[in-house]
Design a binder for this molecule. Structure first.
Ligand code: SF4
Length: 158
């Protein structure tokens, strides 16, 4: 699960996102949650400059067809791919089949991402970590889809 959704202050602006959800609280109390911030795992600072994927989404970054760019123009694709790889290794280590990642992030977004213009406009697409996990068969949900993730857990364990 994205660390920022668990209240960890790892976002680019030094903040976190809070999720109040009884199912999530149960998972935490059962010790079933593995937390990761791909960007911090890749060595990025807190805070850090905002970054967006230009011209496409996470799959195109993984394929080397476009880049993640910081506000100001610095290309940071390598760090985003490295962070995604850390998340994937954690999934393999703990046999994780389901991820809940923060929507709209250039790493963690699974349905929507910002369009690369730094104007606050979002488009359909995935971040780099969400794309890499999905390529390896991991089901990715966002923080608004915890009920769906719970159903998927029961389906995979049935
Ligand atoms: S990379 Fe993911 S976990 Fe880290 S702050 Fe961004 S959305 Fe949260």
């Amino acid at each position: 699960m994205s660390a920022c959704l668990l209240g960890k202050k790892v976002r680019y602006d030094g903040g976190s996102l809070s999720v109040n959800n009884q199912v999530l609280e149960r998972w935490i109390s059962e010790g079933r949650i593995v937390s990761v911030c791909p960007e911090v795992e890749a060595g990025m600072s807190i805070p850090r400059k905002p970054a967006e994927i230009v011209d496409g989404s996470g799959n195109r970054v993984l394929d080397g067809k476009t880049d993640v760019v910081e506000k100001g123009g610095n290309m940071v694709s390598d760090g985003f791919i490295a962070g995604a790889s850390v998340a994937l290794e954690l999934c393999k280590k703990f046999n994780i089949e389901i991820a809940i990642l923060a929507e709209s992030s250039p790493s963690c977004g699974s349905s929507l991402i910002y369009d690369g213009s730094f104007s606050g406009h979002r488009i359909p697409g995935m971040g780099v970590t969400a794309a890499l996990l999905r390529r390896h068969g991991i089901q990715v949900f966002n923080q608004y889809e915890i009920a769906d993730a719970n159903k998927a857990i029961h389906a995979t364990s049935a």
